[in-house]
Ligand binder design. Structure first.
Ligand SMILES: Nc1ncnc2c1ncn2[C@@H]1O[C@H](COP(=O)(O)OP(=O)(O)OP(=O)(O)O)[C@@H](O)[C@H]1O
Ligand SMILES: [Mg+2]
Length: 257
C-alpha cells in the first residue's frame, strides 16, 4: 500500500449561512491520481482553496507529507511542494510560453501573479537553472517545444491548458492540484490531456489531485474518485465502485433536474 501524502480530516468551511464543506475527510495516496467530482457548488474548489491556504477552515486538519498544513500561511505551499492550476486560465497572454512557465518557478500559488513578475530579474544562476529545467523537462514532457518563444495569446485553448500544467510543474511539486483540466477541451484534446497527466505522474512521481466534471476522462484516468455533494463526501473509492454507488447516481440525477 502506498502511503498517503495528503490527509484531509473533518474540514468545515462556511460562508455566512452556506456550509461549503461539512466534515470533509479524504486521503490521497502518494503517486496516485485522485479526482474530486460533484455537482456545481458542491464545494470542490473550496476544498482546493483550503488546501492552498486561500480559504481558512473553521475546523479540521490537513496533513501534507506528515506536516500540519493549515497552521502554515498560503505563501509557503510552494516551498512544501504543492502547486496548482486554476479553474479559469490564468496565463499572461502577452508573454511567451517559456516566460509564463518561468513564473511558476518563482511564485506558485500567488493569488496575484503580477507579484511573481517582480521576481523575474532575480539571481542569474538560478535563472539559468530554471531555464534548463523548462527546456529539458517540462517542454518535452508536455510537447511544448515548438511553442517555446511564441506569445501565449494566439495559441489554442488546449495548448494554453498544457502551458498552465507546465507552469505548475516547474516548481517540482510533490502534489499537483488541477482545477478542471478538461473544461472547454474538445474530446480529442481531453484524451491527450489525460494521457499527459498520467505521463507526468509516471515520470516525475508527482501526486495529482484534480477536479473535473468530465466523467469519461475522470473514470478512465483516476485511481481514486471522491464525490462531494452539498459540501459532504458521499462516496470515495475506485472509479468502478463510485460509478455504481446509488448515492452518487442519485446526486447526479438530482443535479440534472
Ligand atoms: N468566497 C466565497 N464567498 C462566499 N461563498 C462562497 C465562496 N467560495 C465558494 N462559495 C460558496 O461555496 C459553495 C461551494 O462553492 P465551490 O466553488 O467550492 O463549488 P464547486 O464544487 O467548485 O462548483 P463548480 O463545479 O461550479 O466549480 C457554493 O455555494 C459557493 O457559492
Ligand atoms: Mg469549482
Amino acid at each position: 500500500m502506498a502511503t498517503d501524502i495528503l490527509d484531509v480530516a473533518g474540514v468545515n468551511v462556511a460562508f455566512g449561512g452556506i456550509r461549503a464543506l461539512s466534515d470533509v475527510s479524504l486521503r490521497v495516496p502518494e503517486r496516485s491520481v485522485t479526482a474530486v467530482i460533484g455537482p456545481n457548488g458542491a464545494g470542490k474548489t473550496t476544498l482546493f482553496n483550503v488546501i492552498s491556504g486561500f480559504y481558512r477552515a473553521q475546523s479540521g486538519n490537513v496533513m501534507f507529507a506528515g506536516a500540519d498544513l493549515l497552521s502554515q500561511p498560503a505563501h509557503t505551499r510552494s516551498g512544501v511542494g504543492i502547486s496548482r492550476t486554476f479553474q479559469n486560465i490564468a496565463l499572461f497572454p502577452g508573454m511567451t510560453v517559456a516566460e509564463n512557465i518561468k513564473l511558476g518557478a518563482h511564485a506558485q500559488l500567488r493569488a496575484n501573479l503580477f507579484s511573481a513578475m517582480l521576481y523575474l530579474g532575480s539571481a542569474a544562476s538560478e535563472e539559468r537553472a530554471i531555464e534548463r529545467r523548462i527546456d529539458e523537462t517540462v517542454m518535452t514532457l508536455l510537447g511544448l517545444e515548438e511553442f517555446r518563444d511564441s506569445s501565449v495569446s494566439g495559441l489554442p485553448y488546449g495548448t494554453q491548458k498544457r502551458i498552465e500544467l507546465a507552469r505548475a510543474l516547474i516548481s517540482q511539486p510533490r502534489l499537483l492540484m488541477l482545477d478542471e483540466p478538461f473544461a472547454g477541451l474538445p474530446t480529442a484534446e481531453k484524451a491527450k490531456m489525460a494521457g499527459q497527466i498520467r505521463k507526468v505522474v509516471a515520470e516525475t512521481s508527482v501526486t495529482v489531485l484534480l477536479i473535473d466534471h468530465d466523467m469519461e476522462s475522470i473514470m478512465n484516468m483516476s485511481d481514486q474518485v471522491v464525490v462531494l455533494n452539498f459540501g459532504q463526501v458521499i462516496a470515495a473509492g475506485t472509479p468502478g465502485k463510485v460509478q455504481a454507488d446509488p448515492a452518487v447516481i442519485e446526486a447526479y440525477l438530482g443535479a440534472e433536474e
